[in-house]
Design a protein around this ligand. Sequence first.
Ligand SMILES: [Zn+2]
Length: 68
Amino acid sequence: MKCERCLGPMVYERVLYQGRIYDMWKCLMCGDVIDWIILLNRTHPSLVEEALKKKSEETFQEEIHHCA
Ligand SMILES: [Zn+2]
C-alpha cells in the first residue's frame, strides 16, 4: 500500500477507540491516514451510506474530531 499523496510507505494500524476497533492505514512519510470509511467509500459507497445512517450524528462528530 502506497500513499496517494507522497507515494510513501503506509502501515496498517488497528486503533482501539471508545471500546471499538478501527482499522486504518497511516503514511510513514506525511502522516496521511486512510480509514475504513474512505476505503469503503471508494469501492462500495452505498455500504458507507448505510453504516453512517446507523450512527448517531453525535458519535460521528466525535470520530471526525478524533481523526482530524
Ligand atoms: Zn504520504
